[in-house]
Design a protein around this ligand. Structure first.
Ligand code: TRP
Length: 331
């Protein structure tokens, strides 16, 4: 494959295992699989819709950067940078806003659901909506279009944003010719919405997540909290349940097969949880060690990000030259 791949991650908290299987790992695999350029970046200005405390944002950025490196992001193959180090993205965003139908943004899920919440609570629909939230998909479109991207691997929840991006690029191209490359989205379907401890989608807002890099004893505690039914250890169990689904992510094929048989014969939930801990910790612990190294040696990470931003600025500058020319701005 010789495609340009890009994905962004919004730093708003520590990564959980849903992020790992749904976003981080597929993005790294794709970045490694392409011969073309690949871009991975920390979308720190996207966090501003909710994170207003500078020190927290810094911490989140640091955490996400270390997480991606610990998970195996190869910075020789991928350009890794902070969005806020690449001003061309924001210039492009403000231009693209003029090619974006307001109705397109009215239909964006995140915005719509906040408005719906307000309506349901009987308060003004604009309550709690800042323009940054409304404009969020435009900024995301600029993140992508600045780099002539072919593929954007994301979780299901981001699909609409990539479609909006493609729409914006088409509107721009309809007027100015083939200036912007229209991207495709790739969704990693099987793990797109990994359920959390309680069976609902794993998400910070539900408080049902298993953090990727907590200590071993915390990991054990989280696993104990996974909701199971009240069947007895001797009862045969269906593999169509939350804990088996999580087990499958960490275990080898033959371990999964063995576990499925034990489910049929009857197995106690406590035993399943112990086995899950073993396979989960086996996969996580080498990454956890790297993560701790990067957190304690952040100056190395900082260097990588600054190098990445240099390259990202060069590429985005080229796109902006094309764009500025066709819209009639100063070149
Ligand atoms: N909105 C994405 C999220 O919340 C993060 C993101 C920002 C992104 N810009 C992007 C993802 C560009 C893919 C491409 O997860």
């Amino acid at each position: 494959m010789n495609k340009t791949v890009l994905t962004g991650i919004k730093p708003t908290g520590v990564a959980h295992i849903g992020n790992y299987f749904g976003a981080i790992r597929p993005a790294i695999e794709l970045a490694n699989a392409t011969e073309g350029p690949s871009y991975l970046f920390l979308a720190d200005y996207h966090s501003l819709t909710t994170v207003k405390d500078g020190a927290s944002l810094c911490e989140y950025v640091k955490d996400v950067a270390c997480t991606w490196l610990a998970c195996g992001l190869d910075v020789k193959r991928s350009i890794f940078y902070r969005q806020s180090d690449v001003p061309g993205i924001f210039e492009l965003a403000i231009i693209l806003a003029n090619y974006t139908a307001k109705g397109l943004l009215n239909r964006a899920h995140a915005y719509k659901s906040i408005v719906q919440d307000a309506i349901d609570r009987g308060v003004d629909p604009d309550h709690n909506v800042n323009v940054g939230l409304f404009y969020y998909p435009v900024l995301q479109a600029a993140d992508i279009l600045a780099f002539d991207v072919d593929l954007v691997p994301v979780g299901q929840d981001q699909k609409q944003h990539i479609e909006i991006c493609a729409d914006i690029a088409k509107s721009f191209n309809a007027i100015h010719g083939n200036v912007l490359r229209v991207p495709d989205v790739i969704i990693k379907k099987d793990v797109a919405t990994l359920p959390g401890l309680d069976g609902r989608k794993m998400s910070k807002s539900y408080g049902n997540q298993i953090p990727l890099f907590c200590s071993e004893s915390e990991l054990k505690k989280y696993i104990k909290k996974i909701v199971t039914d009240s069947s007895l250890p001797t009862d045969p169990k269906s593999t169509d349940c939350l804990i088996f689904q999580i087990y499958k992510l960490f275990a080898t094929e033959s371990e999964v097969e063995t576990m499925a048989n034990r489910f049929k014969q009857g197995i106690g939930w406590g035993t399943v949880k112990e086995e899950l801990f073993l396979v989960a910790n086996r996969m996580i612990s080498p990454m956890r060690e790297k993560y701790e190294y990067y957190i304690n040696n952040f100056e190395e990470v900082e260097k990588v990000l600054i190098e990445g931003a240099k390259k990202a600025r060069q590429v985005s500058q080229k796109t902006l030259e094309r764009v500025r020319k066709v819209i009639g701005a100063s070149t």
